[in-house]
Design a protein around this ligand. Structure first.
Ligand SMILES: [Zn+2]
Length: 261
């Protein structure tokens, strides 16, 4: 036991001083070390990784030019929103039938054109507000941290100073796979929905927009004609889109019942 404690103390020392990745033959000890290593990885380095990741993701997807009608619609709706919690925002559209949206820790929000086809402006802003909520609550930062540390990119941080070196395409692929496979918890989703609800209220959008956006996503995911396949990751892996919609509808009902201030 004492030996184990001594080893862990030594490992913490090595991690903190050299910031290097440590590999151990003992899986239980390795898990402990991974948690420690995650804790010592600085936010600024995770941000740096997120910035590089979004460049990779943009290059891998059909990124629409800013004069495309989809991009112009998104810009018209979002240009007022420049930052959340001090993180500067940037919005772009991927041209794809898939129904999805995501945010990364550096403030990048990517909306898929399939989602834009499905949503009216207020519903689209509800989704944007939800993604802003994930940035505001640092969910995106935690997800990137976890994906990085469990991917083949994990050694990319230089041993000195934590500078991210250039990643090979297989390292990027591994990181992207980990990120795509990661899910936010129900608590994180509810919190992002709540953030979006406040965002809609503060900015004069339809308070029912989050509820109706989630209802549309839920209905689409239930279809039998192949459209359901277009509802990706973020939404389809969350069987609770129905309960999230009900929760948002109840919230909008309650807000309406309050006497006007
Ligand atoms: Zn979410």
């Amino acid at each position: 036991m004492l030996l184990k404690v001594a080893i862990i103390v030594l490992i913490i020392y090595i991690i903190v001083v050299t910031r290097s990745r440590i590999r151990l033959p003992n899986p239980a000890l390795q898990a402990t070390v991974d948690v420690l290593q995650a804790a010592t990885l600085k936010d600024e380095h995770v941000m740096q990784m997120a910035r590089k990741y979004i460049d990779y993701a943009d290059a891998q997807n059909a990124l629409l030019p800013i004069d495309d009608p989809y991009a112009e619609r998104l810009d018209r709706l979002t240009s007022r929103y420049v930052a959340v919690n001090g993180v500067p925002l940037n919005f772009r559209v991927y041209k794809t039938a898939q129904i999805n949206a995501f945010a990364t820790a550096d403030g990048s929000i990517r909306i898929f054109s399939g989602l834009m086809d499905l949503m009216n402006d207020d519903e689209l802003m509800a989704i944007v507000g939800h993604e802003m909520g994930h940035i505001r609550n640092s969910d995106t930062l935690s997800a990137m941290r976890k994906a990085y540390l469990t991917s083949a990119a994990r050694n990319a941080l230089g041993a000195t100073g934590g500078v991210i070196g250039s990643l090979s395409s297989s390292q990027w692929g591994s990181l992207a796979e980990k990120l795509a496979g990661s899910q936010f918890s129900q608590g994180q989703e509810y919190a992002a929905d709540d953030f979006s609800f406040g965002f809609l209220q503060r900015n004069g959008y339809d308070p029912y927009a989050m509820a109706s956006a989630l209802e549309k996503i839920h209905r689409t995911s239930q279809r039998k004609d192949g459209q359901a396949d277009a509802v990706l990751q973020l939404f389809s892996t969350h069987p609770d889109s129905f309960s999230r919609a009900a929760r948002m509808r109840a919230k909008a009902d309650a807000a309406k019942a309050l006497p006007a201030a």
